[in-house]
Design a protein around this ligand. Structure first.
Ligand SMILES: [Fe+2]
Length: 387
């Protein structure tokens, strides 16, 4: 039995040729898997995969189980490194990252993101929609762009009530309580940046989570998706801490399956209830339209041809994003303190893998500065992190 899975029939040879040229300079990549070896090399136009060979300029060691998780799109290189399940014998992370999109394509048919292949079907990536817009229109925008902005979904009184609850939960939160995330602020103090499992401690927020307006937007693409209040950190509330923080508050470009879980929960859909509204001063969301369902290339964000949309919102607006659309949460330029509650709608496969109280983010919740310090590039965000 071979280590490498069969190449999916849908793989486009022209895409492989283009990607092979990109990795030709990084040298081959060898995996040592429980005493067996497999090496991928590029001759500049095609990829050669040879089992039993150990000739890569980069070589890593991992268990068969980890290899199966990697090939099966359950875990990524970053995820395996964070958990200590992947060791380098030669080379370093950059070479590994260079190969990752091509390997995801060859192993699972997930194409590398390439802005030249984006097709917006005549739609406007900057468009926002009123909440009484037709469902089919909203679904088409979400399916095309990977995200959606709907205005005026909730009233001012509803957002005021929700903010009072966030105030209450925030006053009870403590570093290390496993119910919150913290960063170090400019003055060196601990600052709350996220409440997790928020709806389990607040009937008001639980009612918001189960509101039909949220369900409508979370199931635009698939009525079978379900919320998971008791796992995957439930419905978290993000709070953007102002200033230059250390830790996972201002998340660089990433996909929410950046450390793993793609096969488990993509394409999950996150509904972001904008409790305060958002702009560059308070902290907002940036997205790359049409990037969902694809693999990030290392340092792709440095390319001049990648479109970026900044989503500014008013209190009561809702953003919707497919979890593997590329997105970022930049440092607020002003007062910060944007608040968003995320209600994510998952495919049923999530419940096959994640039990009550479990989350892929368990790996990083109390290590946020350490994880942020890795800064391995665009896929370094925590896996189910959602802003
Ligand atoms: Fe995210």
């Amino acid at each position: 039995m071979t280590l490498a899975p069969p190449v999916p029939a849908a793989v486009d040879p022209d895409v492989v040729t283009k990607e092979a040229a990109d990795v030709a300079g990084s040298g081959g990549l060898t995996f040592h898997v429980d005493g067996r070896s497999i090496t991928y090399t590029s001759d500049g136009t095609s990829v050669i995969c040879v089992e039993g060979e150990d000739s890569g300029a980069t070589a890593v060691r991992l268990s068969r189980r980890s290899w199966d998780d990697l090939v099966g799109q359950m875990r990524t290189f970053v995820g395996l490194l964070l958990s200590g399940d992947l060791q380098f014998e030669r080379g370093g992370f950059e070479q590994l990252a260079d190969w990752e999109p091509l390997l995801r394509y060859l192993h699972a048919g997930i194409p590398p993101y390439d802005p030249s292949r984006a097709d917006f079907e005549g739609r406007d990536p900057q468009a926002s929609f009123a909440s009484d817009a037709d469902d089919a229109e909203l679904a088409a925008q979400l399916r095309t762009m990977g995200y959606l902005h709907v205005t005026g979904v909730f009233g001012a009184d509803e957002m005021a009530a929700a903010n009072l609850e966030v105030d209450r939960l925030a006053s009870l939160a403590r570093p290390g309580d496993d119910r919150s995330w913290w960063v170090t602020d400019e003055d060196g103090a601990q600052a709350l940046c996220r409440l997790v499992y928020a709806t389990l401690r607040s009937p008001v927020l639980a009612a918001l989570e189960r509101d039909p307006r949220v369900r409508r937007l979370g199931t635009l693409l698939d009525p079978e998706l379900e919320i998971a209040p008791d796992r995957m950190e439930g419905s978290p509330v993000l709070i953007k801490v102002p200033g230059r923080t250390r830790g996972l508050s201002n998340i660089p470009w990433h996909q929410d399956c950046g450390t793993g879980g793609h096969a488990m929960f993509c394409p999950a859909v996150s509904v972001g209830i904008q409790l305060t509204g958002s702009d560059s001063a308070t902290g907002n969301l940036q997205v790359v339209p049409g990037s969902h369902g694809q693999a990030l290339k290392y340092r792709w964000q440095d390319r001049p041809d990648v479109p970026v949309v900044t989503v500014d919102t008013a209190p009561g607006d809702v953003t919707v994003h497919i979890q593997d659309v590329m997105h970022a949460s930049p440092e607020p330029t002003g007062a910060g303190l944007r608040r968003t509650m995320y209600v994510t709608h998952y495919p049923a496969t999530l419940w096959d893998h994640i039990g009550p109280g479990e989350a892929l983010n368990d790996l990083v919740r109390n290590r946020t500065e350490e994880v942020a310090g890795l800064r391995h590039g665009p896929s370094a965000g925590p896996s189910s992190e959602i802003d």
